[in-house]
Design a protein around this ligand. Structure first.
Ligand code: ADP
Ligand code: MG
Ligand code: MG
Ligand code: MG
Ligand code: MG
Length: 818
């Protein structure tokens, strides 16, 4: 989750006087890096993936699984290699300088081949390649190998009953005793969750502070409502505690604290709760139920009138006015919550919700994803790529869907995005009611940022973008152009959530700490990363990060989506593709992406014409089109201008079907399925291909075939990745979400009530482990695609280094960007 600083974090109320300081200096830091690097040119392509792994404990005799909270120790062990290597490479460098040692070929510049970072939850381990990949074509086949290496490395430091999975969502998160060790009860001081103990939160102070401060800024615990998948025996409402702590026997609620907090939050929002509308009102209803339930959880002999409501735990200069004595007291609180006669209500079975209710940051930030960061040649390219990848984010989210169940229930959605969005929504009730700001800090982007002529701001930036006026003025004054200034000033409407006590010691000329404080808590579908001036990554240029994809079970799948995105990014640049649609349409796409089975049933806004200029496809490639009329067509693509490149062996071609912008409306959009977006949309009328939309995968194949000298093995491997992505796109292969849902629905323990039984979860996890270790196949999910490397736990970083050095020594063709 980026940015881990040392120092002691300030409490939320202590931080209040310094919020503007951080914003102001964050902007200065951005201005400094902008001025220093705006004209930086010619950075080569570098790129890398990030995978968040989940640690589990498997109890084979009882046939149940728990989330293992041992990630901090596991990371500690994993990083020992990293530390060792950096020590050694220092020594090597010294030896090299003094000429005292003959270094062997691939020991000469040892680098750690994997890097490990903590993530939000204590069951999460984030792994990335040790060095970013480069522009070599054959680096693309290293991806799966490196993923296998990461898996092998984690496996080596696990205990015998521990397992790892690349899993987006653990289905029983928050159900009873779901983690090992069990944690010290729910309703802890950080999350105040009825389901998740604070023990799940990574001990680095950043994470706990984020949790607490989001809750305090919002004025109440976060509220996540996910539609429930309805089966024939699903009750209309599900108890709030179903699967929750009551069943696990972990009832350890500090009533005083809850009431205390409740008072603070109720008072904070009292001026507006009555006028609240829509979702805010339903939050309010849940709030009442929550409180009622919390109270009913207290042992029956608790004298509630004796619970003292003294000075609230909030203090400091910004303490809200409304917390004055007049509101103190449980009577007020219960009345406010509509619970004057709470003890007459039943203690059981009445506190229900029609959807799956979750109440903690961990339900969102505990979900795992696949991210890809790409370095651009210069700022302009990075900004163009940012815009283009933003449009693709909803499509790739739907295509990689892997979130069919949460808190023990099947969901009626397939993806994680809106859950995380709600889990860190720090807006107050008033801000949410007024829609100001309109979105959570975790959301799709609000504006495109490129200055290229393709970016028609008046057309595409069509939703209101709030900016921090002071930040905007300063950025413009410093020479930042309008689009970028708007983007950055928009990030800066948010409060810094974690301020460390050494915040004032930062040097704005070299550090990006304050900028990153804001940037790293604006969790968007894409992120534009400025060059870093200090730290281990000093050489990094302008980068674009693609953040929407869900995590797949096997390395093969994750590698396939990673490779596809990297190749597609090259196509976008090489072919001058233009994917712009208005942000409002892109936001509609993100909603569509959440629909169950969106990959087969959803329709996404997409441009009819995706080339802004007559692209020069110097290649020739044959493509198969399944026409809507039912017949199969084979078409050869021939370059518009040039002939086919040397070495290409295609049959004589028909005319190229890529005819660009003959449509009277070059901006025309239409609703397309993911199959059409990815695999193409032939124009069926008289089989006329002249206006066909070719499909992103087709373009990637065209691009690949235009690379001279690509060896056959590499081409085959990349082809397998693309074929796999094509099969997922067409619906021939199931998404992870669909496959897991089916697995749960078909499990003998399933009672048609939308509940994920512990037995089903155990069997599902077992199957996922087998799949990820290459010990079984799953035709519905993977077809007959095969993993590159059998994971036997033996792959070492030494093997990997050797492989990488080999590739780089041979004359491997390179990815082209322009
Ligand atoms: P964050 O969590 O902030 O996104 P990480 O350090 O976890 O950052 O991940 C960064 C990713 O970017 C990794 O996949 C890494 O390999 C990759 N990367 C590192 N340096 C560069 C670079 N110069 N250009 C592009 N990608 C890079
Ligand atoms: Mg991460
Ligand atoms: Mg991150
Ligand atoms: Mg990261
Ligand atoms: Mg990242």
């Amino acid at each position: 989750m980026g940015l881990l600083t040392t120092g002691r974090p300030l409490g939320w109320w202590d931080a209040q006087p310094h919020l503007d300081y951080v914003r102001e200096h964050g902007i200065e830091q951005f201005v400094n890096v902008f001025c220093a690097t705006r004209d930086r040119q010619g950075d080569v392509l570098k790129w890398g993936d990030e995978i968040e792994y989940t640690l589990l404990v498997l109890n084979e005799s009882e046939r149940c699984t728990y989330l293992s909270l041992r990630a901090p120790q596991v990371i500690q062990e994993l990083q020992s290699e990293e530390r060792l290597v950096s020590r050694n490479s220092l020594a090597d460098v010294q030896e090299h300088v003094t000429g005292e040692s003959e270094l062997s070929e691939f020991d000469s510049a040892p680098v750690p081949e994997t890097l490990w970072r903590p993530e939000y939850a204590n069951w999460m381990v984030e792994g990335t390649p040790g060095v970013p990949y480069s522009c070599y074509m054959r680096d693309l086949v290293l991806v799966e190998q490196n993923m296998a290496l990461r898996r092998a490395q984690i496996r080596r430091v696990l205990r015998p009953n521990e397992r790892l999975l690349s899993l987006t969502a653990y289905p029983l998160l928050g159900c009873g005793r779901f983690c090992e060790p069990a944690g010290d009860g729910v309703c802890g001081p950080l999350a105040r969750s009825l389901y998740l103990p604070d023990a799940v939160i990574n001990p680095h102070p950043r994470f706990g502070t984020l949790t607490r401060n989001i809750r305090l800024r919002r004025g109440e615990p976060v509220a996540i409502h996910v539609p429930l998948y309805r089966d024939k025996s699903t009750p209309s409402e599900i108890p709030l505690w179903e699967g929750g702590s009551r069943h696990g026997g972990v009832v350890d609620i500090d009533l005083h604290q809850i009431v205390d907090e409740k008072l603070a939050t109720t008072s904070l929002s009292q001026d507006n709760t009555d006028q609240n509308v829509g979702s805010v009102r339903s939050d309010e209803a849940v709030r009442r139920q929550r409180l009622a339930w919390s109270l009913s959880q207290a042992s029956s002999d608790t004298e509630l009138v004796l619970v003292p409501i003294e000075a609230p735990s909030v203090d400091g200069p910004e303490r809200p006015e409304a917390l004055d004595a007049q509101h103190d007291g449980l009577g007020y609180l219960c009345e406010k919550a509509g619970l004057a006669s709470w003890n007459e209500r039943n203690r059981d079975g009445r506190h229900t919700s029609p959807d799956i209710y979750m109440d903690a940051m961990g339900f969102g930030m505990g979900l795992c994803c696949l991210q890809i960061t790409l370095q651009a040649a210069n700022m302009d390219e990075g900004r163009y790529l940012y815009d283009q990848l933003a449009v693709l984010a909803p499509v790739m989210l739907a295509l990689t869907a892997a979130t069919p169940a949460l808190r023990g229930f099947l969901t009626d959605t397939d993806v994680r995005w809106s859950i995380i969005s709600a889990s860190v929504d720090d807006r107050t009730a008033l801000e949410r009611a007024l829609g100001c700001p309109p979105k959570s800090r975790y959301s799709s982007i609000d504006c495109f940022i490129s200055n290229r002529p393709e970016m028609k701001a008046a057309l595409y930036n069509d939703i209101p973008v709030l900016v921090d006026a002071r930040a905007y003025r300063r950025l413009r004054e410093a020479g930042v152009d309008e689009h970028l200034a708007r983007h950055v000033a928009h990030l800066f409407i948010r409060d810094p959530l974690v301020i460390f006590d050494d915040f004032a010691t930062v040097d704005d000329r070299v550090s990006l700490t304050h900028f990153e404080n804001i940037q790293s808590t604006n969790w968007n579908t894409v992120r534009f990363k400025p060059p870093s001036q200090t730290g281990p990554n000093t050489s990094a240029g302008w980068r674009t990060e693609f953040r929407s994809m869900e995590l797949q079970i096997t390395d093969f799948e994750n590698a396939a989506f990673t490779v596809f995105m990297v190749l597609l990014s090259r196509c976008i640049l090489a072919f001058g593709m233009n994917l712009y649609i208005p942000i409002s349409k892109h936001d509609e796409n993100l909603v569509t992406a959440h629909q169950r089975d969106a990959v087969r049933q959803g329709k996404f806004w997409f441009r009819k014409h995706i080339f802004s200029r007559e692209a020069e496809l110097s290649c020739s490639v044959r493509c198969h089109y399944r026409c809507a009329c039912g017949s199969e067509h084979c078409v050869s693509f021939q370059s518009l201008n040039a002939g086919s490149p040397a070495g290409s062996q295609s049959s004589p071609s028909q005319s190229c079907p890529f005819r660009f912008c003959t449509d009277p409306d070059p901006e025309a959009m239409e609703l397309m399925t993911i199959d059409e977006i990815m695999n193409g949309k032939p124009c069926c009328e008289k089989h006329a291909f002249r206006k066909a939309y070719p499909g992103l995968l087709t373009l990637v194949r065209v691009y690949l075939d235009a690379i001279p000298g690509l060896d056959r093995a590499t081409r085959m491997r990349l082809g397998a990745y693309l074929d796999f992505v094509a099969a997922r796109s067409s619906g021939r292969l199931l998404t992870c979400a669909a496959w897991m849902r089916e697995f749960i629905l078909k499990h003998p323990s399933y009672r048609h009530d939308s509940k994920v039984t512990p037995e089903a979860c155990y069997d599902l996890i077992q199957r996922c482990i087998e799949l990820s270790e290459g010990r079984c196949g799953e035709p519905a999910l993977l077809g007959d695609f095969w993993p590159e490397h059998h994971i036997d736990g033996e792959l070492t970083s030494h093997d990997f280094s050797k492989l990488r050095n080999q590739i780089h020594e041979e004359d491997s063709p390179q990815l082209r960007g322009e």
